[in-house]
Ligand binder design. Structure first.
Ligand code: 5GP
Length: 251
């Protein structure tokens, strides 16, 4: 069997050339990193959980007409996605203050925001993904005005979908990060949700207890990351119920 061509290796995923033109195989690693890779570990099973959860969210978004790069899951750790030009921005939507916003503005974590707030960071690991304004984005040509209108609309639609989905299983969507890609269709181009949507890129708190069920468990040493992600997957009905003891069939 021919070896696949690796296109890119990031902190949590590897991208390989896909089987057809315009496709990419996205492989989810077990590696966990935080604070711009200053803290690192390998967490058994994280890649499998994120592959499943990202499939679940992206499929739901596709079904409600929010375009994403997701085509289909291939196996435990890989999914087939559309290849696209990634816009070099991290698009963050916040419903409650937490993380860097709490630090930057001195707002207690968990404070509900008056409305969802969308922020943009320039994707550059060496710079630590700095916060930028629409002025920087326009001036440096990272995205045009029409792109920014489309990005805002996609981000808010993802927020509504994800907030509702999580609320239904007793989880509060505090904030999340998405990445946006550009695809060309004949003479047209459009923007789609790319990368992944998983507990690696969201803050998810249990509504009753406030327990964190996302990557902050790793960032802040709060316990088992796989237990937290498995709990999200279990509530959403994403994981097969492997812990249910099945009767053994004899003959
Ligand atoms: P904060 O700016 O508070 O650190 O992060 C806001 C949200 O975006 C959190 O849900 C966080 O997980 C997500 N986020 C920010 N930067 C990154 C990143 O580089 N990688 C991932 N996976 N998520 C990020």
């Amino acid at each position: 069997m021919a070896r696949r061509k690796k296109i890119y290796e990031g902190k949590a995923k590897i991208l390989y050339e896909g089987p057809e033109p315009g496709t990419i195989v996205q492989y989810f690693k077990d590696d966990a990193t935080a604070f711009n890779a200053e803290k690192k570990d390998v967490i058994d099973g994280k890649g499998v959980l994120n592959n499943r959860l990202s499939e679940f969210f992206m499929t739901g978004l596709n079904q409600i007409g929010v375009p994403t790069h997701f085509i289909r899951r291939l196996n435990m750790r890989e999914q087939l996605v559309r290849s696209c030009e990634i816009i070099p921005l991290e698009v963050i939507v916040r419903n409650y203050a937490a993380g860097s916003m709490s630090k930057r503005l001195g707002i207690a974590e968990g404070t509900q925001l008056p409305r969802p707030i969308v922020e943009y960071c320039y994707k550059d690991d060496a710079l630590g993904d700095p916060l930028v304004t629409e002025e920087h984005i326009a001036a440096f040509g990272w995205a045009g005005q029409q792109d920014m209108d489309d990005i805002l609309s996609l981000a808010l639609r993802v927020n509504d979908f994800m907030s509702g989905m999580m609320l239904a299983v007793g989880i509060r969507l505090i904030d999340f990060k998405i990445e946006i890609g550009r695809v060309y269709e004949g003479d047209f181009q459009r923007l789609i949700v790319a990368d992944e949507i998983s507990p690696d890129s969201c803050r998810l708190w249990d509504i009753e207890t406030g327990q964190k069920l996302d990557k902050d468990v790793f960032r802040r040493d709060l316990g088992s990351l796989t237990d937290a992600y498995s709990e999200v997957a279990r509530r959403l009905g994403v994981l097969p119920k492997s812990n249910v003891t099945k009767p053994t069939l004899i003959n």
